[in-house]
Write a protein that binds this ligand. Structure first.
Ligand SMILES: [Cu+2]
Length: 174
C-alpha cells in the first residue's frame, strides 16, 4: 500500500515536471546564498534562496548546531555582527504585518517554519516564502537569515518568543 502510494506520487511528480518545466525555467533563476556563522565565527551551514513562481524558496542546510527546535527567519538587514547579531534587525516585513502564521495580523514576509536539528547537529528544510521577492531580498540594505535558540510559537509579535540569535548569514547574489 505504501509502495503504491509512493509510486503514484512519483508518477504525479514526473507528470507535473513535464508540464511545468518551461514556466519554471522562465521564472526560477535568480538565487542568493547566506553562509551561516555562529557568534564565534564557526561555519554551521548555508541558506539558499531561489526566486520561483509564487515566492522565494528557502533551503536551509545546517550542521554543528544544538539539537532541538529553532526559530528561523529572514531578517531585514544584511548585517551579522557578532556576538548577538542584532544588526540584522527585525524580521523582513515589507508589508507591515505582525509576526507569525498563527497571528491574525500576520505573518511577516520573512517568517518561516521552525528548523529541527537532530542529535547529530544537522538539519535541513526547504520552505516557501509566498510574499517574498528577490528584488526585496537583495535591496540596498540586503537581508540576513537568522537561527534562534528556541522554537518560534508562530504568533507572539515580534519574534515568536524564539530567544537569542545563535547563527546568522548575509544573503549575497549567487
Ligand atoms: Cu528571527
Amino acid at each position: 500500500m505504501l509502495r503504491t502510494t509512493i509510486l503514484t506520487a512519483l508518477a504525479a511528480t514526473a507528470l507535473a515536471g513535464c508540464t511545468t518545466t518551461t514556466a519554471t525555467g522562465e521564472t526560477a533563476g535568480r538565487s542568493a546564498t547566506a553562509p551561516l556563522r555562529t557568534a564565534t565565527g564557526a561555519d554551521v551551514g548555508t541558506v539558499t534562496a531561489t526566486e520561483m513562481a509564487g515566492g522565494i524558496q528557502i533551503r536551509i542546510d545546517a550542521r554543528g548546531m544544538p539539537a532541538g527546535v529553532h526559530g528561523a527567519h529572514v531578517h531585514t538587514t544584511g548585517r551579522c555582527d557578532a556576538p548577538d547579531f542584532t544588526t540584522a534587525g527585525g524580521h523582513w516585513n515589507p508589508t507591515a504585518k505582525q509576526h507569525g502564521t498563527s497571528n491574525p495580523a500576520g505573518p511577516h514576509a520573512g517568517d518561516a517554519p521552525n528548523l529541527t536539528i537532530g542529535a547529530d547537529g544537522t538539519g535541513s528544510v526547504t520552505i516557501m516564502l509566498p510574499s517574498g521577492t528577490m528584488d526585496g531580498l537583495l535591496d540596498a540594505d540586503g537581508a540576513a537569515f537568522v537561527i534562534h535558540a528556541n522554537a518560534d510559537d508562530y504568533k507572539t509579535d515580534p519574534s515568536g518568543n524564539s530567544g537569542g540569535r545563535i547563527a546568522c548569514g548575509v544573503f549575497a547574489a549567487a
